[in-house]
Write a protein that binds this ligand. Structure first.
Ligand SMILES: [Fe+2]
Ligand SMILES: [Fe+2]
Length: 163
């Protein structure tokens, strides 16, 4: 952590680092979910939607990178062990091989994208409360992406309804 930021953040840094680490774990698991489903998707989704899922996967990986950078700036390091990702994660069990049809993949995605919206909202609030404007800015940037992700996933799911 830079000297000035260390002084400004004081005892609040560990609180923010904890939330950033949890978010990092969620993003890495969500990245893997989209990436895996994008490769192994079954049925019509493979032709129509697999590429979109891979693009979404790289978006989530980008979030993970932003979080890892901020964790480093605050003098810590992102969790490296996938066992830790599962332990610190806030989105529950997530085995992509159980969601290989388009509908199932998107239904699970709506759940964790919604959770991501909640989490980044919480992070933004907390960061503002402790005067960590850099993390606040990061949280609102990612939050805007997650709001879009959730909305888009809901829209695609609705379009699957038989009319
Ligand atoms: Fe994300
Ligand atoms: Fe997302």
């Amino acid at each position: 952590m830079g000297r000035t930021e260390k002084k400004l953040m004081g005892k609040n840094a560990p609180i923010i680092i904890d939330i950033l680490k949890k978010a990092y774990c969620d993003e890495m698991r969500i990245f893997h979910y989209f990436w895996y489903v994008g490769i192994n998707m079954e049925g019509i989704g493979l032709v129509t939607y697999a590429a979109a899922l891979k693009t979404q996967a790289t978006g989530e990986l980008g979030h993970a990178e932003l979080l890892a950078d901020r964790i480093s700036e605050l003098g810590d390091i992102a969790p490296s062990d996938p066992a830790e990702w599962k332990q610190l994660s806030t989105i529950g069990p997530l085995d992509p091989s159980k969601h290989l049809t388009l509908r199932s993949a998107l239904e699970r995605a709506v759940e964790f994208e919604g959770k991501a919206v909640e989490n980044y909202n919480g992070l933004a609030k907390k960061a503002l409360e402790v005067g960590d404007y850099v993390t606040y800015n990061l949280a609102t940037t990612i939050l805007a992406d997650e709001v879009k992700d959730e909305q888009h996933t809901e829209d695609v799911l609705k379009s699957l309804e038989v009319k």
